[in-house]
Design a protein around this ligand. Structure first.
Ligand code: NAD
Ligand code: COI
Length: 330
């Protein structure tokens, strides 16, 4: 019988994976562990593998995975920046992602956090908790409909974001080296420089690559429209966090909503209540009055989780049966 190993299984995924395994008559073993040098030898017992790898896969593993007879890793996310695709190519390992499990989940979250900043919701809730019900200027917001939104990256998620903001009456502009005809009448494409100089809200929806590491840095933030809002629900590495904090402290930016943070691996998905957080940069995000930080939750809906696991398992099966998958990224 065909056998699949699922690493990094999450509690909310288990029942969905079990149902898939029953429907497809395929054996599945699940573990919360990551794939490591200690357990890679187990792979020889399986026909396929799925992971939810949220930090770079150890470079030494690629050769060992191939040695164990596995030539496909099905990542259960849209982003695949945890993998070194040239190493994967070298060892003839196909990496697949789940390209469109629910772009609207991330788009709605982007719009939610943007509105929270624009209408000062964190400050409102804080005052309400303290039973301060005054109509104080600190909780006086702005009208989103009067704003220009700049969407950087108009793939699956960016397009949904652009449509959402357009539906709310905003003027939407976009930057992507490959403009989408689907956004005709929704967004006006422009250069990145023009977008950041003229947008009241800039929101990132691009993959992390070695080339765009810290692309959003001190120098770029200084060119933003004064008083703009900055939203990052893409990947932390694209933003130089210290540069962002400087721009907020220098009043270049009004506020930022960050669902991703460059050094988040090891922190997200775990309970840190009453535990010491060593990362001072993360602490400075948590305590910054102009930053709304969420620990990589934009994707987290019932639909996303269900699609991520079933679509990744579909890709595993497709690869076992055909030697390739339509979701391959290398
Ligand atoms: P996608 O591949 O459909 O679209 C990405 C778009 O970005 C493409 O159109 C591409 O041409 C464009 N692009 C690439 N580099 C660019 C650059 N430097 N400047 C401008 N445009 C550029 O991907 P997607 O499904 O829309 O997802 C985008 C990213 O969002 C993912 O790679 C992932 O990192 C992130 N993401 C985050 C969450 C979350 O929960 N926070 C969830 C899913 C995805
Ligand atoms: C993605 O799908 O790329 C995400 O960021 C969410 C995932 C890491 C759980």
């Amino acid at each position: 019988m065909t056998k699949i190993k699922i690493f990094n299984i999450r509690p909310e995924e288990r029942a969905i994976a079990k149902k898939w395994s029953e429907e497809h008559q395929i054996d599945i073993d699940m573990t919360e562990e990551s794939l490591t040098l200690d357990n890679v030898s187990e792979l020889s017992h399986y026909d396929g593998v799925s992971l939810l790898q949220n930090k770079p896969l150890d470079a030494r593993l690629y050769g060992l995975i191939a040695q164990e007879g596995i030539h496909h890793l099905a990542q259960r996310s849209a982003g695949f920046d945890s993998y070194d695709l040239s190493l994967a190519d070298q060892y003839k390992i196909t990496i697949s992602n789940v390209p469109s499990y629910s772009p609207e989940s991330i788009a709605e979250f982007t719009i939610l956090t943007t509105l929270m900043l624009v209408r000062k919701m964190p400050q409102m809730l804080d005052r309400v908790q303290r039973q301060d019900f005054r109509w104080h200027v600190d909780v006086q917001g702005k009208v989103l409909r009067e704003m220009t939104v700049g969407v950087v990256g108009t793939g699956h998620i960016g397009r949904c974001v652009a449509e959402g903001f357009k539906g709310l009456g905003c003027h939407v502009q976009a930057y992507d080296p490959y403009p989408s005809p689907l956004l005709e009448g929704v967004a006006e494409y422009t250069s990145l420089t023009s977008l950041i100089q003229t947008s009241d809200i800039v929101t990132l929806h691009i993959p992390a690559t070695p080339e765009n590491h810290h692309q959003f840095n001190d120098e770029l933030f200084q060119q933003f429209k004064k008083g703009a809002y900055f939203i990052n629900a893409a990947r932390g590495s694209i933003v130089d966090t210290k540069g962002l904090i400087n721009a907020l402290n220098d009043q270049v930016l009004t506020a930022a909503a960050l669902d991703t943070y460059e050094y988040e691996a090891g922190y997200v998905g775990k309970n840190w209540d009453n535990q010491f957080i060593e990362d001072e940069l993360l602490l400075s995000l948590l305590h910054h009055p102009k930053i709304l930080y969420t620990p990589h939750l934009a994707y987290f809906t019932e639909k996303s989780v269900s699609n991520m696991i079933t679509m990744a398992l579909d890709a595993v099966l497709e690869f076992i049966q055909t030697g390739t998958t339509k979701n391959k990224v290398n």
